[in-house]
Ligand binder design. Structure first.
Ligand code: KIV
Length: 269
């Protein structure tokens, strides 16, 4: 029996069918080992381009390349067997034209084995979302605070503080739904606007710094584990791994320096 017939991954239609139902659980992951843990609990795992900042020390996601996304996407697919894996399309890989977006999204799907891609932008990306979905590439949209546009937005700013802007965000949500996106991330959006959009559209909304009323939630794994020195204000930390790792490294350094580090027979079990 082939591996494919044994393994049942969550599918794109299964995520879409969760609209208004049991909340969708998701987290980011960039490596095989953390992905294997997350896989036990998450409906989908996002290989987010936040990896540029979280793993590679960049100060924004703008510098992330397609090749980097593919390397991490492949690792996450290898480490998992249950969750749908969604890979972010990085800045510059899809905005130019629907045809360029298709070529790069197809490369991501072929070279990682993921089940869907995510791209940022609302009404302005609708034509591209339609082009991809009509050609067999499931798309998760991402509206509200879109980090790849942080230079245009003037930083990472919560969206919708001014009620007069709500109509634009609502139009973005309607446009990506109509274009065929199977779900949409609402990032950094005031709570009543995110709740309102969730009630307006027919696809699941996945909140991050948005509203508990969204159809699902996503967090950056390293943020919720307490691994990053700085985390956005809205993130609840469910672990405190930064200090735990530091303690382990310092214990190790101490043992090496004091020559109490265990001998070979203890190390290779
Ligand atoms: O890149 C990322 O991790 C994301 C999530 C924050 C939604 O897009």
């Amino acid at each position: 029996m082939s591996k494919q017939t044994q393994i049942r991954r969550t599918t794109v239609p299964q995520i879409a069918a969760r609209k208004g139902g049991e909340p969708i659980v998701s987290l980011t992951s960039y490596h095989a080992h953390t992905a294997a843990i997350v896989d036990k609990y998450a409906d989908f795992i996002l290989v987010g381009d936040s990896l540029g900042m979280v793993m590679h020390g960049m100060d924004s996601t703008v510098g992330v390349s397609l090749d980097l996304m593919i390397v991490h996407g492949r690792a996450v697919v290898r480490g998992t067997e249950k969750a749908l894996v969604v890979v972010d399309m990085p800045f510059g890989s899809y905005e130019e034209s629907p045809a360029v977006a298709f070529r790069n999204a197809a490369r991501i799907m072929k070279e990682t084995g993921c089940g869907a891609v995510k791209l940022e932008g609302g009404a302005r990306m609708a034509e591209t979302i339609r082009f991809l979905t009509e050609r067999g590439i499931p798309v998760m949209a991402h509206i509200g605070l879109t980090p790849q546009s942080s230079h245009v937005m003037g930083g990472f700013k919560t969206q919708g503080r001014d009620e007069e802007t709500w109509a634009l965000h609502e139009a973005d949500a309607a446009a990506v739904t109509e274009a065929g996106a199977f779900a949409v991330v609402l990032e950094g959006m005031v709570e009543p606007l995110a709740a309102r959009i969730t009630g307006q559209i027919a696809i699941p909304t996945i909140g991050i710094g948005a509203s508990a009323k969204c159809d699902g939630q996503i967090l950056v794994l390293e943020d919720m584990l307490g691994l990053n020195e700085w985390t956005p204000k809205f993130v609840k930390t469910y672990g405190n791994l930064g200090p735990a790792i530091e303690q382990a490294v310092s214990d190790y350094a101490e043992e090496v320096k004091s020559r109490t580090f265990p001998g070979e027979d203890h190390v290779y079990r």
